[in-house]
Design a protein around this ligand. Structure first.
Ligand code: PA5
Length: 421
């Protein structure tokens, strides 16, 4: 379970506290399904729903992929991509096929690089698209399906394609039915950016070698705990504080972490909050930084630039394995004062130093911590940020579960490419 530390932010509220009354109202609206977009809140039950037969068939498909493939190409974009990539990169499982993500754009160079990377290795494809009509993954799927057919023949290629899509509608569903692909469902009541705990995320994660039983079990427990109504609920604390800071002109939230493997968690989080809250002319702008690296690029701006920033810093209580700084005879580099200390300890001290400097520089700091960088930690973070997002969106007064603004570029693109009506 996530812990939230508001001590670095509370001093920026002019003596007031976060508005837990408003958080409570928003939580009730979310839980009782009385708010805008309530028909897309099925993610709150996903771990419970997926346990059982569905999880068994996901695990069986993952086993087949692992037995037959050195590479799994996961084709998808946005909510049909970011959660799986976030999990694979954060958890860094070993022993499974390499996971290559494709379908996030039209760059021919990127596509050719990926095809070259696969080389003559055996591969399978998991195409993920709820609508089945998103052009970026649809075009990539056509290409990778063609490559599979060329390499293995049409019949054997069909056995290497796994489609995750709507239960009834859409082009991908029709193709999957006609071709007899193994098919998994994106539930009707779950939007893309909330779908990582469905087959959308679980199949690639399981194929990569993650322990998805632990992941789903932890997520189910977390969601139960996050139902709790009161200011002790970490989702209330985070939602209420970020809204309080936004009301005081802190319009940009920087999600920071000291683990490079967190990078795509931050990308997943940006979509979750950006698409859920950025509408009707309001919304905190979600940005991210990777510390310590970005302290040497963005650190100056954070310390001294315009004061519209606040930071949310995600940390892990313990490293998986620490590494001790060695003693050096003669101390030529002058680092023997660190000899014998673990890098994890040095990193923690650096984090505290940065926190104090940024707070002193006028940047409120929210701490979010989980025990470890593993399946349970991933589940803790996903469930926490999802629940807090629903509460925060309702506190802000928007529908957190739609994304009407995403259609504008698609309309232009389809018209300019000459798509038939
Ligand atoms: O969160 C969302 O709904 C979007 O990011 C979608 O996941 C994204 O646009 C991809 O859509 P689809 O799964 O229909 O291809």
């Amino acid at each position: 379970m996530v812990k939230v530390d508001l001590s670095g932010a509370i001093g920026f509220l002019d003596g007031a506290g976060p508005d837990y009354g408003a958080a409570g109202v928003a939580h009730r609206v979310l839980a009782e399904g009385t708010g805008a977009g309530a028909e897309f809140t099925g993610w709150r039950q996903l771990p419970r729903r997926v346990q059982g037969e569905e999880l068994k068939s996901i695990l069986a498909a993952a086993e087949r992929i692992r037995a037959t493939s050195e590479v799994l190409v996961v084709v998808g974009i946005g909510g049909s991509y970011l959660g799986a990539r976030a999990g694979v990169e954060l958890i860094q499982p070993t022993g499974g096929p390499e996971i290559i993500f494709a379908g996030t754009g039209f760059s021919p160079d990127d596509l050719n690089d990926k095809i070259e990377r696969i080389g003559d290795r055996d591969f399978s494809v998991n195409v993920v698209s709820k609508s089945g009509t998103t052009l970026e993954p649809a075009a990539a799927f056509r290409i990778f399906r063609g490559l599979l057919e060329k390499k293995y023949g049409a019949a054997a290629a069909r056995k290497r394609i796994y489609a995750t899509t709507d239960a009834r509608r859409g082009v991908l569903k029709s193709i999957a039915d006609a071709e007899g692909y193994d098919t998994f469902v994106v539930p009707d009541d779950v939007g893309g950016r909330f779908s990582v705990l469905s087959a959308v995320g679980l199949l690639p994660l399981a194929a990569a070698g993650c322990d998805v039983r632990t992941l789903v079990g932890t997520a189910a427990e977390d969601l139960y705990a996050l139902e709790q109504r009161g200011p002790e609920n970490p989702a209330w604390q985070y939602a209420a504080m970020r809204n309080a800071l936004y009301a005081r002109g802190k319009t940009v939230e920087l999600l920071a972490c000291y683990e490079p493997s967190f990078r795509f968690m931050a990308e997943w989080w940006k979509q979750l909050y950006g698409e859920s809250e950025g509408k009707d002319g309001v919304g905190i702008y979600p940005a991210s930084v990777e510390f310590n690296a970005d302290l040497h690029s963005m650190g100056q701006y954070i310390q001294d630039g315009p004061r519209m920033l606040f930071e949310t810093v995600v940390s892990f209580d313990r490293p998986r394995r620490d590494y001790e700084i060695p003693f050096l005879m003669g101390d030529a580099d002058g680092l023997n004062y660190l000899a014998g200390r673990g890098l994890g300890d040095v990193s923690r001290v650096a984090m505290e130093a940065v926190r104090a400097a940024h707070i002193a520089g006028g940047v409120p700091n929210i701490g979010v911590s989980v025990p470890r960088r593993d399946e349970a930690g991933f589940a803790d973070l996903v469930t926490f940020f999802e629940v807090a997002c629903g509460i925060s969106g309702y506190m802000l007064g928007v529908n957190p579960f739609n994304q009407p603004g995403v259609e504008a570029y698609k309309k232009n693109m389809f018209r300019m490419l000459g798509k038939p009506e």
